[in-house]
Design a protein around this ligand. Structure first.
Ligand code: ZN
Length: 81
């Protein structure tokens, strides 16, 4: 049986240090201490706990950035207001 039978793939902002892929693989249990590997070349990237923290931080900052961007856009697209 291959390793992928027990793993799930997900995208992470941090890329693989070896092949620069953002597709990561982690065990289905997703324990905080489980290792996250690059799905392409199987390089160890970080622990799932670190990946999870990154995912939470990212979605938060992305939302804030989006709000900021929309606000700026409104100003630029309505110069007459
Ligand atoms: Zn890789």
């Amino acid at each position: 049986m291959s390793v992928s039978d027990f793993a799930e793939e997900f995208r992470m902002d941090k890329s693989c240090p070896n092949c620069d892929s953002h597709l990561m693989r982690v065990s289905q249990e997703k324990n905080p201490d489980d290792k996250v590997f690059c799905a392409s070349c199987n390089t160890y990237v970080c622990l799932y706990r670190e990946a999870e923290e990154r995912l939470e931080n990212d979605s938060k900052s992305e939302k804030e950035e989006l709000i900021e961007r929309v606000t700026n856009k409104d100003f630029k697209e309505n110069p007459d207001l």
